[in-house]
Structures are given as C-alpha cells and as structure tokens.
Design a protein around this ligand. Structure first.
Ligand SMILES: [Zn+2]
Length: 157
C-alpha cells in the first residue's frame, strides 16, 4: 500500500485501541479505512408529502434524492446541492435522521429530511426521468422493499 497523498510506501504503526494501522512516515498521517460518503434525503413539502424520483436507466423503483459528498462540503450542503441539481428545488431545514452502511458500494449513507416551500420542481433530465410528491405511506410502498430509502421513510412514521 502506498500513500494516496505522496506515494510513499506505507508502514504499519500501532494506534491505541485500534491495532496496527497503515501509516505514512513522510506525511506523518495514519490511513484509516475510508468508506465513501453519500447522503440520502427525504424532501418534504408543507403537506408533509415526500419527493420520490425515478431513474429509468437505473431502476424500476422510485428512490429518494441521494448523492455523493464532495470534498469541502458539510453533508447538509451536499443535500442542498444535490436536491437543487436534480430537481431545482431550494430546500431548507435540513435535519439529520440517521446513518446506514451500503455494503455493495462501500458507502456510508447519511440520511436527512429537508423542507421545500414549493412543490414546483424542474428535473435534470440527464439524471432524473420522473418525480412525484407522495404521502409518506404511499412513498414507503413505492420504493424497493428493504432498501435504505425505505428504512429512511419508515423512520419518519
Ligand atoms: Zn504520504
């Protein structure tokens, strides 16, 4: 293993309670296991409906707004940016719900609710084919059974 920053071959060094961890002598930095970070957001309106998106290329199921974290952002900023990019909605009141580990993509999914004043979205057709506002119970039945999206929605009951 080499340092992702400077390319120096890593040694292992003990960290108390963590065991032996890869270490770069040049950068003087430990390289702990890193998963990818993404957010998933239940966007709601004043009628307490939830925004569902459909990406036909990817899945026949509806999904929640989700996206990967970019360096330099808080996760709340990731939520605001992704919702804007995909639906052109401006969300506020971004609140943490919980976190989930998505094994298949080695990704920590951090879940938030976000509030949109308006229901009027305009979709980025590159990324999203369709979107609908649905009641919480309807939304739960329209996402894939057992998915992280469904777990997030159930946590809002
Ligand atoms: Zn280094």
């Amino acid at each position: 293993m080499h340092c992702t920053n400077c390319g120096t071959e890593l040694i292992t060094k003990e960290v108390i309670n963590e065991g032996m961890v890869p270490y770069c002598k040049n950068c003087e930095v430990f390289h702990f296991h890193k998963s990818n970070i993404a957010m998933i957001s239940a966007v709601r309106n004043s009628d307490k409906e939830v925004l569902l998106l459909k990406q036909n290329k990817i899945s026949k199921y509806y999904v929640l707004v989700a996206g990967y974290h970019k360096k330099g952002e808080s996760l709340e900023q990731t939520v605001i940016r992704e919702v804007k990019e995909e639906t052109n909605l401006d969300v506020a009141d971004v609140k943490y719900l919980g976190s989930y580990f998505y094994d298949k993509k080695d990704t920590i999914m951090v879940a938030y609710t976000a509030y949109s004043k308006t229901k009027q979205f305009s979709l980025d057709k590159q990324e999203v084919d369709d979107a609908i506002w649905k009641s919480l119970e309807e939304a739960i039945s329209l996402v894939r059974e057992g998915s992280i999206a469904q777990q997030v929605l159930i946590s809002l009951r």
